[in-house]
Design a protein around this ligand. Structure first.
Ligand SMILES: NC(=O)c1ccc[n+]([C@@H]2O[C@H](COP(=O)([O-])OP(=O)(O)OC[C@H]3O[C@@H](n4cnc5c(N)ncnc54)[C@H](OP(=O)(O)O)[C@@H]3O)[C@@H](O)[C@H]2O)c1
Length: 414
């Protein structure tokens, strides 16, 4: 079944955010290669939108409105096939748009890394989205697309070439260079604020299966993501990776949404690699100290005042263009074979590369995913477009999915 064509193929909502402007720049060039692709920008502030159009040299149609104005959002959603939204913190600003898209059968993708938001949206709107045919894809940036698709890519190779799927995977962040935006900081702070208001959120954040569909939110015990330790795969020193709590949930949600291609006892964890034991313990201490500093109101206020970027600010173009990331997936098949592969990106993970990743998800939803192939409901990047994304991400978005290699994982040192 095909959805009827609407006035627009895509609306970029939150076009004036820090990451929204980078997405707009990428889309402008990227969709010029597509035939008859109609898109529009949306934001709350018409002056900012006009400034963006003049920076881009574009005259795109615009939607101006507020993310709390439900009738505006429903009207916008009914005019487009897909909405890509950057308006976050999503827990604060995101719900009405999800509700509008679910109601109007509009496909949706976002950049949230807020697991509490995703679980709440699934619980509230999955039934409506199933009925309307809206496909809602969360976490379509660096959190958590490379992790999600990396595991699917490795598993596909194991099944096809080695005849046995994955039993467990340890993802190691081998290199990453970039920066952080005020919007990302605001989302982290919003999660802390929500935790203080609603202690129940703690159990959501602690559950690796929290954003699986209802009825599938438990499973085998997963490794703790907080430690300084040596890898069981290659002996390298590892410590906490800040995005691991959300990325691991997305990988398990993909497994559950696709009816367990990795098995219902699949084990997954993510880590930052360190050069030696001292750096691993230092890294662990650093992550813990940062979390504590964000938790207490007075240290949080000091950080916001003197250290952290404001909403709308983030790494400059040079930092983004000189950025990169390299992730190593170390896996063991059910037959006991060791296998590894790398996923890399050619720009800073959080903004330059994220902008390209979510744009390709939005284009894929609009062009490559008939309703007969993927029904309405909540999906992850890998459970929605899956391996179809590998081509566009490689050709246009600077990601590389290296062919998996059988054997022991490489080590950094000795
Ligand atoms: N998954 C990932 O890898 C990843 C990477 C990067 C960012 N993110 C997330 O993406 C989000 C955006 O980040 P950012 O740094 O670009 O943030 P930002 O610059 O602070 O942008 C927030 C946007 O929300 C808009 N907004 C706020 N209240 C609104 C309202 N009531 N109605 C309409 N629009 C409203 C703001 O509009 P104005 O422009 O008018 O102020 C602004 O455009 C954050 O949640 C961040 O955590 C995720």
């Amino acid at each position: 079944m095909k959805k009827e064509r609407r006035q627009f193929d895509l609306v970029l909502w939150g076009a004036t955010s820090f990451v929204g402007k980078i997405i707009a720049e990428y889309l402008l060039q990227r969709v010029s290669e597509l035939t008859d692709f109609r898109w529009a920008l949306g934001a709350r502030n018409p002056e900012k939108l006009a400034r963006l159009q003049s920076e881009l040299g574009s005259e795109l149609p615009v939607f101006v409105g507020d993310s709390f104005d439900r009738s505006f959002l429903e009207d916008m959603a009914s005019q487009t096939s897909v909405i890509l939204t950057t308006v976050g913190p999503y827990m604060k600003y995101g719900e009405s748009l999800v509700a509008a898209c679910a109601l109007k059968g509009t496909d949706y993708c976002d950049l949230t890394g807020e697991a509490g938001f995703v679980q709440k949206m699934i619980d509230e709107y999955e039934a409506t989205a199933r009925e309307s045919g809206a496909r809602l894809v969360n976490c379509a940036g660096f959190d958590s697309l490379p992790s999600d698709l990396g595991v699917l890519h490795l598993n596909e190779h194991c099944e096809r070439v080695l005849g046995s799927g994955l039993r467990r995977v340890e993802m190691q962040v081998r290199a990453a260079k970039g920066g952080v935006s005020g919007g990302t900081v605001a989302s982290g702070i919003e999660t802390v604020a929500q935790l203080q208001k609603d202690p129940g959120l703690k159990s959501v954040l602690a559950n690796p299966y929290a954003i699986c569909p209802e009825g599938r939110r438990s499973g085998v015990r997963q490794p703790s993501l907080s430690a300084a330790k040596r890898s069981e795969f290659n002996g390298d020193w590892l410590h906490d990776f800040v995005m691991a709590p959300v990325n691991t949930k997305v990988v398990h949600a993909t497994n559950a949404r696709l009816d367990y291609p990795y098995g219902d006892d699949f084990i997954y964890s993510e880590w930052q690699v360190a050069n030696n034991a001292f750096m691993a313990y230092l890294g662990r201490f650093g992550v813990g100290a940062a979390m504590l500093a964000l938790y207490f109101p007075w240290t949080r206020a000091l950080l916001q005042r003197f250290v952290l970027p404001e909403p709308g600010e983030g790494p400059d173009r040079k930092t983004r263009e000189q950025g990169y990331f390299a992730l190593l997936f170390c896996g063991e098949t059910r037959a006991g074979r060791m296998v590894t592969c790398r996923v890399t990106g050619d720009a800073d993970p959080g903004y330059g590369s994220t902008a390209k990743q979510i744009s390709e998800v939005a284009i894929g939803l609009s062009r490559s995913l008939p309703l007969s192939e993927k029904a309405g409901g909540f999906w992850t990047p890998a459970s929605s477009l899956g391996l179809k994304l590998r081509g566009p991400l490689t050709q246009h978005a600077g990601l590389k999915f290296e062919s998996p290699v059988t054997g022991l994982a490489p080590r950094i040192s000795s």
